[in-house]
Structure formats: C-alpha cells, structure tokens
Design a protein around this ligand. Sequence first.
Ligand SMILES: [Zn+2]
Length: 448
Amino acid sequence: MTSIWQTAALEAETPLSRRRFIQLAALSAAGLAAGCAVNPVTGQSQLMLVSEDQEIAIDRQNSPHQFSADYGVCQDAALNRYLQQTGQRLAAQTHRPRMPYRFNCVNATYANAYAFPGGSIAATRGILLTLDNEAELASLLGHELGHVNARHTAQQMTQGTLVQALVSGLSAVAGTQGQPAGQLAGQLGMLGAGALLASYSRDNEREADALGLRYMTAAGYGADGFVSLMDKLRAMNRHNPGAIELMFATHPMSDERYQTAVAQVRGPYAAARRQPVFRERYLDHTAGLRRMRGAIEAMQKADSLMAKKRYANAAHSLQAALRKAPDDYAALAMMAKCQMALHRPAEALRYAELARQAYPQEAQARYLAGFARLKQKQYEGALADFNAYARLLPGNPNTSFFQGLSLEGMQRRSEAARAYARYLKAGGRGDRAQYAYNRLVQWGYVKK
Ligand SMILES: [Zn+2]
C-alpha cells in the first residue's frame, strides 16, 4: 500500500529529526496519513507510520546514549562474543532475521534487559549474574527479540503514545524513568532512553513472551528455561526489589504472564522440555561475573540507595565494591556521581579520572569529569572534557550548553554565544535554556 507517508519517509532526514516527529504527530492527529504495513509477526496489515529504515535510525541515534548511561558495553570481549552468538542463533528463528541485531552485555549492575527498534539488544551484568543456564539467557533475549519483531516501538509511535514523549523535549529523554539514580542523571543532563524503553503495554508483554518462547525452543533450547527465568525475576523482585525495578517498569510482570508461560510449557511446548538448557556452557562463559559477585551486589545496593538519595550510604557501599574490584568502571563512575551529589566536586573529579583511565573509550566518565571541573571553576579542563565527550558520544544537546558555560568561564564570549545558540537550536528547555537565552540577550546577540 502506498501513501503520502511513504513519500514523506523517503525525504525524511536520517536520523529522524525532532521536526519530523512533530510533523508526524500532527499528521497522525489530523488523520491525514494512513500508512499500512504488514506486521511481520501476525501477517496482518496494520497502520504503521514508521518505516524499517526509521526504526534502525531511531535505534542508532538513541542506543549509544543508553549504553553509555549503563556504563558502556562491558570490556569482557569473550562474554560479548558469547551473547552475540547466542543472540544470533535465536535471531535466525525470528520473523525478521535480516535486521541488524547486536547483542551486548552492559556494565550496569541493576538487573535489566532491553531492545531498541532496530535490533540493538543489551543485558546488564546484574541480570546475567542472576541466570543459571543458556536456556534462561535465550528466553531473556528471545523476549526482547519478540518486541523488535512485533515492532512494538514503531507501533507505539504510530499510535502517538511515544511521539509526545519524544517531542516534548530533552526532559523526557534526560535520565531513564525509574532507573536508579535516573534523577541524578537528569540533573547532570545525561541522556538515557526512558521514553523509548518505558512503555510496553501488557499486550506487548504477552506477545513478546509468546514470541520469546517460540524463538528459544525453535533454536533448540529446553522450554523449562523460560519458566525458570520468570521464577528468578519474581524471586528477585521479592528479595531485592530495587535492583529489578526498572526491568519490571519496562516489562510489566504479572501473575497472568507467569501462569501463561507455565501452561504453554506444559501444553504446546511440552516436547521442547526435553531439549538441553546448556548449564555448563553458560556458567563457563559467565565465570568472570560470578567471581565479582560481591562487588556487583555492593553496586546494586548503592544503586538502590542513590535512587533514595541516600548518597552517603551509597558511597559507603561503593567503597566496599571498589575494595573488591578497584578498577571497575561502573563503580568508579557511580562513585563520581555520588560525590557530586554530596557536593564534593574534587573527590568526584578524582573518581571520574580513575573511571576514565579504567575505560578510556567510554564517554560518561568524561562528562562527569567535565561537570566536576565546572563546579571547581576549572574551565579549560572542563571544556577539554566536554569536547572529548562530544567526540566519543555525539548527539547530546546538553553538551553544547556545558561547552558554553566553560567558554563563558574562560571569557571567550563569542564562542560561548555560539555554543548557547547551538543548544537552543537543538531544542534545549527549562532553566538551562533560559540561562542560555538570557546570555544571548545580555550580550546583544538576540534582540529582546
Ligand atoms: Zn517486555
């Protein structure tokens, strides 16, 4: 089926711009555009205003920021290869086998897994530590593949439930809703992808479960792994609710979900219960994570405490984590944030610098260092940090604001004005935007 939307899609800039989103929202609200696409899972025609190319563009634009908010892809190359191999085995069984899937472990320690619409899928160290066999991992990745294959994000954009969140500006994407310490991340102006990840409906979950079970059994895994994964998540919710809060916020868990899984495994998938779960293989590949269980659990505790703004207690937990794992990038970066929240910028800078040395390719430490230097009026160093951050992780408009502040501190007014203008043009909002605008007026770049 062709439509005005499809012509418009061809002209759309990649990645999808904010302006395009606003136009999209207006079009769909006015009921002018009706693009139909065949749902790859149901085979039925459905209203779809987001093309596959755009799903991939949205993914490429957003997923690096979420990965960085989760302290980067973990540095254990063998573990990532293992996730990639397991993921690809499942991907081959999906309805969209040719999507550019990517499976990674991220350094965050709270338990979560998520998928972007173009196929970037991540699982945290925290959740991988909880699992006991490869069939459980396949269930977890299979569920995420279910969201990508049923095109749940694109569907929500089409229905307008996501468009609003995305066009309402930076506040919506700054910080991940419900993420431990998300509020702090928001204050720091770091980008997450809360709006993209925090909105699956119960129907979406039901469909992702059904697809996940189908994919993992088709890939040869024992169906019991699907139920034991759910058991683990539910147990974790009882014993350590803070650590799994975000996972349950993005993927609502219910008794009905659990009962359905049990009934499916005992019924239609009963034969697949004889397939292997690959316990040894999983334990071998994740041995490194289990060796640092103590440090990871201390970080989980710190995450929960930071979410409750109990920063002094969180710092204490992170101290314990760092005694066990002194070079852990996530622990060092979390400590830098904690010190910032405790108004100790010099300590924050020290930890941010250690984090940078531990993982030079990851951007967040540069941002934290820049922020800590700004607080100490070390403007030149701050500018260097924000410039380095922008090179490593382009696309965060807040960087322009902080580059502006650094330049202003160095009395480089015209460059500061250009940075503030860039920030406003990128859609900066709130107090920072007001500040930037006031400076431009004060300096005579904008007539009031
Ligand atoms: Zn889900």
